[in-house]
Design a protein around this ligand. Sequence first.
Ligand SMILES: Cc1cc2nc3c(=O)[nH]c(=O)nc-3n(C[C@H](O)[C@H](O)[C@H](O)COP(=O)(O)OP(=O)(O)OC[C@H]3O[C@@H](n4cnc5c(N)ncnc54)[C@H](O)[C@@H]3O)c2cc1C
Length: 468
Amino acid sequence: MTKRIIVLIREDLRIHDHPALYRASQEGMVIPLYILDEETSHSPSGEAKKWWLHQNLEALQTSLQSINGRLWVDKGKVADLLPQWVQKTHAQGVYWNRVYDPRAYEEDLALARSLSSKGIDIQTFEGTLLLPPWKIKKDDDTPYKVYSAFYKSLRKEEIPKPLPSVKKMEVPDLDAEGLSLDDLSLKPSIPWYQIMESIWDPGEEAAVKRYHAFIKKSIKDYSEGRDFPAEGHHSTLSPYLALGVLSVRSLYHSLLEMEEVQVEPFIKQLIWRDFSYSVLLHFPESTTRPVNEKFKEFQWQKERDHLERWKKGETGYPIVDAGMRELWATGFMHNRVRMIVASFLTKHLLIPWQEGAQWFWDTLIDADLANNSMGWQWVAGSGFDSAPYFRIFNPTLQSEKFDKEGTYIRMWVPELKDVPNKHIHKPSQASVDILKTAGVILGEHYPYPIVDHKAARKRALERYDEIK
Ligand SMILES: Cc1cc2nc3c(=O)[nH]c(=O)nc-3n(C[C@H](O)[C@H](O)[C@H](O)COP(=O)(O)OP(=O)(O)OC[C@H]3O[C@@H](n4cnc5c(N)ncnc54)[C@H](O)[C@@H]3O)c2cc1C
């Protein structure tokens, strides 16, 4: 009898370079199974990422159908449901690409043990990262805490070549039907997602198209241009990487084959992702607690009103407000702006980084536990290899440097669109007449700054001094 193999699909919504699916399709009849387990942290909590997941599951379903396959869907605890699926499908094997959020990872280990003990063939693969997160370690076998050393070490390694797309698969005739995608209730019933829909095309084909467009238009300017949000020299591939719609190994090898352009700066960013996962695996508490012990004593300020105004993009600092509104409208925010808004929240407003990380988690379509925790701890100064805590971004200077003409601000804070370049970064310092000509009355059309930069900087430094 041909072997029946369940392939548990998680953050690998693709058919190209999908090690578990590839192996299963070569060895037997395949049952691709997606279980929405809302208790693991790789399940989205925010409406935007839920929408994105729905779109990409739908695209995966279509891809699988095109190779004679299909996708079975269920909802509940993987630990309970997977053994039931093994039983009702008479599967002899369960294969998966590993996921590394601490809870799912532990559950996978327990499941593997219990199913193996019942004679089920369990095989697990690397389908998320360039290399498994335990692979790159220092000579003394401890994990790296400094990125540059991690990067150098990883760069010396041979990264496995991507596998070809699965071209055809055999699926068994099953009585077990499972649920429909709509039963997962991921897609909002009120269609508030039109802007996102106009920006983000789901599925592998769209992801590959976006990658090629980036290579054609921007890779040559990436190193210099990636910090300028209005110039668009960043790849915007993170939403695809977050759900595994794109394989990072495919990107890596495709980049290495390019001879005429400087690809290393981009490869370096991809390797940050592997570094974040190494930190997540070895220090799972880093998602909620500062890795720098001193920060456990830090006296945060928990002003709800400030947090709400930050979330809504009503701080009176245009670059911060532009970023927060881009996030709300598109499910994405440019990296430089993520750093600015995160610095503003943790340093100007002294609000705990965990609050910001939670908001990003709820609103980003590229929400990724490892990258998000690393990004927030980096900015707050409490993580490994972080920005020093005394480096406090001046949002106005950042804005003048990285959005000189105010193009990004005008896109997301349209009430300031007619404010001259000289004042768009800090309208509160423009005269009433200049603002009036631009159609702006502060406090009416656009808020006054919620904190004064100099005073906020002084307060943050004093607070940081207490834990030095
Ligand atoms: C406070 C904060 C929170 C963040 N939260 C997330 C998150 O939830 N999910 C997420 O994917 N990234 C997060 N990042 C990292 C980074 O901002 C995004 O990966 C990047 O903006 C995505 O845009 P892009 O695809 O155009 O990036 P590009 O500049 O084109 O980079 C290519 C890819 O490299 C990876 N990458 C780039 N920068 C980083 C980085 N600093 N850390 C880890 N990987 C990186 C991403 O996978 C990205 O898609 C966060 C950064 C900060 C400062």
